[in-house]
Design a protein around this ligand. Structure first.
Ligand SMILES: [Zn+2]
Ligand SMILES: [Zn+2]
Length: 473
């Protein structure tokens, strides 16, 4: 079959056919080292095309790929050595071994195009070529395997991330629901308590009047009885020996009617009820604003602390404090008297228009006698202002914050369980910055009124107690 195919192939190897072969050849992956996906997908077709092309380029004499292919006048191709050997010893005209056409001279043409195609076919069927191809296939397969593994891992990571997002979202929803439920519970309890109180007072008042009403009715009945007796006596005096008045009931006296003061009753409830209730709610807020005070024993000698310990003001002269153990001696700092090691806490600080301050929390054990850069690494979680408008988080280096407005009051939220320290603009409760990696252990609210210099009038830092006074009862 191969020889038949080769014979037929050689007979048809006209110029047009060469063009078809050329197109096949160009479609084969013979020269590139990179095996593209499209080439690999068509590999079986290319292989079969290649084998038919190989047959087309096979010499009918030696049945091998052309070696120095030459073309006779009849257009048939042979190896140059083969046709030379075939004609050797022949006298006179020679013939084409394939079509038997006679030629008077031994002429042939070297076909460089076919020679080049043979070289390509030879290269593409060599061991080295196949080894290279096999290596490429293995490498490509391995790279696909690795990429697939990467993608599968990435899919898993995405799934884990989605799970985590959903989990955090659910937790937050539960927390928000819990907080609102607590608020509703406070309102509900307050409402119930107040309604019950009104009902109780109302019942008492009604009872008093009811009692008077019953007593009066009884008195009326007794009086009527007496009247009847008296009428009988006076209607027929001749039948009675009137030595004395008839026997009469003596319980006709009734206490004076109880007073009901509508104003006194209603004015307790017709009041700024929502505000009163809102004020009462402060005691139940978790966390509500903590009414902090400054610990004067920690204040740097340049800080004046007010008598009620809610105002800290830089002082031009050093204040002769006695104790030094717990005092900041180098930096102009002061702590609050209240420390926290568990739970959630919130407090507010009025900074007004001060151009420079630091506010936050500090470990109890921070170095108070040296000059220290404030950062979580040294035990401080702070927010700071410099030059009146440059806000930063106290990281190392500082993290500059772009705030849309300058807070006059700053809220600090400390969550000991979640190790979180957050700062708010307490004027509108917008979040300014959060340290997600907060302190573990006992911390104290920390303040630095800073030294604003002689150019500025000293302005205080105030601890806000809000509402100003708790309601009794
Ligand atoms: Zn040959
Ligand atoms: Zn021929």
């Amino acid at each position: 079959m191969r020889s038949t195919r080769a014979r037929l192939g050689l007979q048809q190897l006209q110029t047009e056919h060469i063009a078809v072969i050329l197109r096949h050849w160009l479609s084969l992956p013979l020269c590139g080292l990179t095996v593209e996906r499209s080439t690999m997908a068509t590999a079986p077709l290319a292989t079969s095309d290649k084998s038919s092309l190989k047959e087309d380029l096979t010499c009918a004499i030696c049945c091998d790929l052309f070696n120095e292919p030459v073309m006779l006048a009849c257009m048939h191709h042979f190896c140059k050595p083969c046709i030379s050997r075939y004609w050797r010893g022949t006298q006179g005209p020679v013939t084409c071994p394939q079509c038997r056409k006679e030629f008077s001279s031994r002429q042939f043409q070297t076909n460089y195009l076919v020679a080049a195609m043979v070289e390509k076919i030879r290269a593409s069927t060599s061991d080295i070529y196949f080894k290279n191809l096999e290596k490429q296939l293995k490498e490509t397969l391995e790279s696909h395997r690795l990429r697939r593994e990467d993608y599968i891992n990435s899919i898993q990571r995405d799934k884990d991330k989605m799970d985590a997002i959903k989990r955090v979202g659910s937790d937050l929803q539960a927390r928000v629901q819990g907080d609102f439920q607590a608020l509703r519970q406070i309102l509900h309890s307050e409402e119930t308590r107040m309604l019950e109180q009104i009902k109780r007072e109302q019942d008492e008042e009604v009872k008093k009047v009811q009692h008077h009403l019953e007593a009066t009715k009884l008195a009326v009945r007794e009086l009527e009885e007496n009247m009847k007796t008296l009428q009988q006596a006076s209607g027929a005096p001749e039948n009675v020996v009137l030595t004395e008045l008839p026997q009469l009931s003596t319980h006709v006296q009734v206490d004076i009617a109880p007073e009901f003061d509508v104003n006194a009753f209603s004015s307790r409830y017709i009041a700024p009820l929502q505000y009163i209730t809102w004020r009462k709610m402060f005691r139940s807020l978790k966390p509500g604003p903590s009414p902090l005070t400054f610990d004067a024993d920690t204040a740097h000698p340049s800080i004046y602390i007010s008598r009620d310990k809610t105002v800290a003001l830089e002082s031009e002269t050093m204040i002769p404090y006695m104790s030094v153990n717990r005092r900041f001696l180098q930096c102009v700092n002061v702590l609050a008297a209240q420390g926290f090691h568990s739970g959630r806490h919130y407090w507010e600080v009025e900074v007004g228009c001060k151009p420079k301050w630091d506010i936050g929390v500090a470990f109890e054990a921070v170095d108070r006698h040296s000059r220290i850069k404030l950062s979580p690494e040294t035990g401080f979680w702070t927010l700071r202002l410099r030059n009146g408008s440059e806000y930063s988080a106290g990281t190392q280096p500082w993290t500059r914050l772009q705030l849309s407005s300058s807070p006059q009051r700053v809220g600090v939220f400390l969550d000991c369980e979640e190790r979180r320290v957050s700062f708010y603009n307490a004027d509108d409760m917008s979040l300014l910055y959060t340290f997600a990696n907060g302190p573990r252990g006992k911390v104290f609210p920390f303040f630095s009124p800073c030294i604003s210099g002689s150019r500025h009038k000293a302005q205080p830092i105030k601890l806000l107690h809000h509402p100003p006074a708790a309601l009794s009862g």
